[in-house]
Design a protein around this ligand. Structure first.
Ligand SMILES: *Cc1c(COP(=O)(O)O)cnc(C)c1O
Length: 386
């Protein structure tokens, strides 16, 4: 068997935790019923599991179970939130505010709405990746219906000041949506304290299964209206039709519960590993850290390397460590990362960037091996170009 590279790409996806798989298994086989079947025990078993999972997820974000709408992941949740709010508030206003560094699953629905006559403000970010709160407040207009700002960035890990953003939106009575795909289970999220009206979540970034996520939709103060984007059997209070995927839902809840319970210790451990990696890499000349040094996800390290070719760098790293340059979702696109260019990085620095995503199953010795190999690779590439 060939030795596989060390996996440090946890912002793309994470391995499934064994405990999550164990919780899911009976719902593939024994308890296979449709949770919408109300006339027999097969349906009731599945319905009970879904209800329990919904409670776990709601509790994790300080919401109520009725406010959790299951979707196929964060892409769908973002689409449902943004297009759903736009369609439901068409007569109220057609202005939406978002940020240049958002995931494509937010930017592209916004760009789609532009073609339907909506006006979108794409806020810039500071050089550390954080938005400017004064700029946000000034961008709000009487016809603004939605502000969409991600919780934690998938490339540079930067955590936006959600409570402050929520307070501004609340003050101006504009709905606040946040894409929390990278944040759920990693940082504390409280939809009440943070005045969040809609929040996208996904399971596979937090050691859960792929193909399941949810949209939190606020029911009180205010009662948020969204237009469904999938019509059918009227599941999920009419907001998202389609038979619920019980095993995935059970796995999602189990993954989030494990992450919540272990958040403090896991955060501490990941920060230690991440800081150790940076401590070693930063010894090398002309390596820049991308994103705010403190306001970032514990497992995230994103660096730009001066004087090397980005493609050659990734190629050199590949046999030892699985990492991404920029965002995997734009991997087909060879242009520099839109996030790094928004920070004001030059084309070269944005292109020669590496995103390390350290996770639950990485060890200190793996980090040492990666640091050693990365430094050797950079030295050898620099020597070649001299
Ligand atoms: C991964 C990711 C998504 C997409 O989530 P899926 O569940 O894979 O559709 C959206 N936003 C962010 C910030 C992400 O990291």
């Amino acid at each position: 068997m060939t030795v596989r590279p060390i996996y440090l790409d946890c912002h793309s996806t994470t391995p499934l935790d064994d405990r999550v798989l164990a919780a899911m298994m009976p719902y593939f086989t024994q308890h296979f019923g449709n949770p919408a079947s109300v006339s027999h025990s097969y349906g009731w078993e599945a319905e009970a599991a879904v209800k329990q999972s919904r409670e776990v997820l709601a509790q994790a974000i300080h919401a109520t179970p009725e406010e959790i709408i299951f979707t196929s992941g964060a892409t769908e949740a973002n689409n449902l939130a943004i297009k759903g709010v736009a369609e439901a508030n068409f007569s109220k206003g057609r202005h939406i505010i978002t940020v240049a560094t958002e995931h494509k699953a937010v930017l592209d629905p916004c760009k789609y709405l532009q073609t339907l006559g909506f006006e979108i403000t794409f806020l810039p970010v500071e050089s550390d990746g954080l938005i400017n709160l004064d700029q946000l407040e000034k961008a709000i207009r009487p016809d603004t219906i939605l502000v969409s700002v991600m919780a934690a960035n998938n490339e540079i890990g930067v955590i936006q000041p959600l409570a402050e953003i929520g307070a501004i939106c609340h003050k101006h009575q504009v709905l606040f949506h946040t894409d929390a795909a990278q944040a759920i289970g990693k940082i504390p999220l409280n939809v009440e304290a943070m005045h969040i009206d809609l929040m996208s979540m996904t399971a596979h970034k937090v050691y859960g299964p792929k193909g399941i996520g949810a949209l939190y939709v606020r029911r009180r103060n205010p009662r948020v209206q969204i237009a469904p984007q999938l019509h059918g059997g009227g599941h999920e209070r009419g907001m998202r039709s389609g038979t619920l995927y019980t095993p995935q839902i059970v796995g999602f809840a189990q993954a989030v519960e494990l992450a919540q319970v272990n958040m403090v210790s896991e955060t501490k451990r990941l920060i230690q590993l991440r800081d150790r990696l940076w401590q070693q890499l930063s010894q090398v000349e002309k390596i820049h850290l991308n994103g705010h040094p403190k306001e970032r996800l514990p497992g995230n390290l994103n660096i730009s390397v001066k004087g090397v070719d980005g493609a050659a760098l990734l190629l050199g790293l590949q046999p030892v460590v699985a990492v991404s340059s920029g965002s995997a979702c734009t991997a087909a696109n060879v242009s520099a990362s839109h996030v790094l260019t928004a920070l004001g990085r030059s084309e070269q620095l944005a292109y020669a960037s590496v995103r390390f995503g350290i996770g639950r199953f990485n060890t200190a010795s793996e980090i040492e091996a990666v640091a050693k190999h990365a430094i050797a690779t950079i030295f050898s590439l620099r020597k070649q170009t001299q």
